[in-house]
Design a protein around this ligand. Structure first.
Ligand code: HMG
Ligand code: MG
Length: 299
């Protein structure tokens, strides 16, 4: 069984320039769960000045129908975000750091070490409330400002997140520059500080490598993959930004490999179709597009 962490409602929508109504976010999350996803990142408790689209995450959590056995998680950058997550009855939070110093400053306005101190306090407080804590490392295969990132830096940050009690560390190729062999080398380097069973991969598809990278990292023993329905993500106004690998494509590939995901591809594709219709966009998922074309021919 492969674990899929659906990040569309957070990583996908966070870059949308037009505010997406709360009801649409709630419908999306419920449709994803109905399709069989058991881990859905629903939003983030960050500064509304930094990410306006996520300002209504509390309202999303207040409205979403929670199915037992499903983890509805949220991203938190600091104790203030955690306090809001607690108030909203969130049972799993994700903290995020970067392997690149410049990216850390641009994304969360502090150095890597300052962020690790801050996140250590967040993780302790979250655990004392019985919450599960997941960790992200950004820029694991490259940084938009610094270019190549040393694998030792990735391993150090991942190890620090594991050390503060993150049950899983998601390795983020934030700008989607990685290629399969490099992705394998990166995962293997990180296993020097974090066991493979505790690692997940998070590929953005900017250079079209995400699916190939996932397959390559499965060969290293990875059993958890982040993905975004319809390939949501990327800003139409921000040059170069691109969404995560599409969940439909991941599910189609894993189905073909005989790896169980528990996800119904048809239902998932409908969830993707509906949110893309609302956003006025076409899906970037090849599997969803192929499925839709197949259906049209059958009618
Ligand atoms: P700062 O400006 O240094 O923070 O930002 P501050 O503590 O000085 O506070 C500034 C203002 O923000 C204050 O408000 C605070 O109250 C408010 P003011 O007094 O000016 O009115 N504030 C908050 N409001 C709501 N919720 C909070 C919060 N904290 C402070 N939690 C901060 C530091 C971390 C807050 C800011 O930089 C921030 O919110 N950054 C978030 C950036 C972000 O969300 N990026 C996207 C997610 S990461 C990602 O996408 C990568 C990932 O997908 C993996 C990958 O692909 O690599 C995970
Ligand atoms: Mg991301």
């Amino acid at each position: 069984m492969m674990k899929i962490v659906e990040v569309g409602p957070r990583d996908g929508l966070q870059n949308e320039p037009g505010l997406v109504p709360v009801a649409a976010k709630v419908s999306l999350i419920e449709a994803l769960v109905d399709a069989g996803l058991r881990h859905v990142e629903c939003g983030s408790f960050v500064s509304a000045k930094w990410v306006p689209q996520m300002a209504d995450t509390s309202a999303v959590f207040a409205k979403v129908r929670r199915v037992p056995g499903v983890s509805y998680s949220a991203l938190v950058p600091n104790l203030m975000g955690l306090a809001e997550a607690i108030r909203c009855g969130v049972s799993e939070v994700a903290v995020f750091a970067a392997a690149s110093e410049t990216f850390s400053r641009r994304n969360i306005n502090c150095s890597i070490d300052e962020s690790l101190d801050r996140l250590g306090a967040v993780a302790n407080e979250a655990k004392s409330h019985g919450m599960r804590v997941r960790g992200y490392v950004s820029c694991v295969l490259g940084c938009p400002y610094e270019g190549e990132i040393a694998l030792a830096a990735v391993a150090r940050v991942a190890g620090a997140l594991a050390g503060m009690g993150c049950y899983e560390i998601s390795l983020g190729d934030t700008i989607g520059v990685g290629t399969p062999r490099k992705a394998q080398d990166m995962v293997r380097a990180v296993t020097r500080t974090v066991p493979i069973k505790q690692l997940a991969v998070h590929f953005h598809d900017t250079w079209g490598q995400a699916l190939a990278n996932i397959l390559a990292t499965l060969e290293t023993g990875i059993e958890a993959v982040d993905a975004s329905v319809a390939g949501l993500g990327g800003c139409p106004y921000a040059k170069g930004a691109s969404g995560n690998v599409a969940t439909e494509d991941v599910v189609y590939m894993l189905d073909g490999l005989g790896v169980d995901t528990g996800v119904n591809l048809e239902k998932l594709a409908v969830a993707g179709r509906d949110i893309m219709q609302l956003l006025g966009r076409t899906t970037t998922s090849k599997a969803a597009a192929a499925l839709a074309a197949l259906k049209e021919n059958l009618v």
